[in-house]
Write a protein that binds this ligand. Sequence first.
Ligand SMILES: O=C(O)c1ccccc1N[C@@H]1O[C@H](COP(=O)(O)O)[C@@H](O)[C@H]1O
Length: 215
Amino acid sequence: MSDSVAVKICGLRTAADVDAAADAGARYCGFVFFEKSPRNVTLELACALATGTPVGLARVALVVNPDDVFLDALTDAVPLDMLQLHGRETPERVAEIKSRYRLPVMKAIGIAGAEDLAAIDLYAPVCDQLLIDAKPPEGADLPGGNGLAFDWQLLADRKYWTRPWMLAGGLTPDNVAEAVRRTGARQVDVSSGLETSPGEKDSSLFSSFVQNARA
Ligand SMILES: O=C(O)c1ccccc1N[C@@H]1O[C@H](COP(=O)(O)O)[C@@H](O)[C@H]1O
């Protein structure tokens, strides 16, 4: 077993789930700040969760097309290790956010077909990490967290990317080992694949996901 695949468990809303993510060996935990999401948390709850996060578990705030007013309030209220930009932020806006808030920034790129891969080269110069996720269906309420996978074969022949990247989209304890094998991902991100219903995490699945990611 290799321990070199880092796991992010996203959409946590209870202290027990944060602790379970750490106990399972996750490297990152994610808090969602998007009102339409069943995983949305308030600044107050996120502050409590992030303040009690075990050492070694990086705290990631997932935001969608945020303005500076919101980001000012977020970064004042919640201790964070990374911002995840999961909307239609332009490369210029990503660079602006990175410079203004002095936090590592991970930019999500939605992939449905080979033509979507070009965006990776546009964003790599301005972010710290890339999150390669399934593109949401047309008209979806959520730009991510839909439990949809994309064709992993699209990543099999990729050229070198200049930033660390995470694989996301429809990952579960049952498919994560194959996803890692087929894409060569060294980091993976999961949300709905560890839930009993939208927003309700099942922490009994966390360990098997982490172990299978590293298998
Ligand atoms: O999880 C959400 O509710 C969410 C809302 C808005 C943008 C992104 C969201 N989740 C992210 O989507 C991917 C894939 O999630 P899933 O495993 O397919 O459910 C992941 O990066 C989440 O962080």
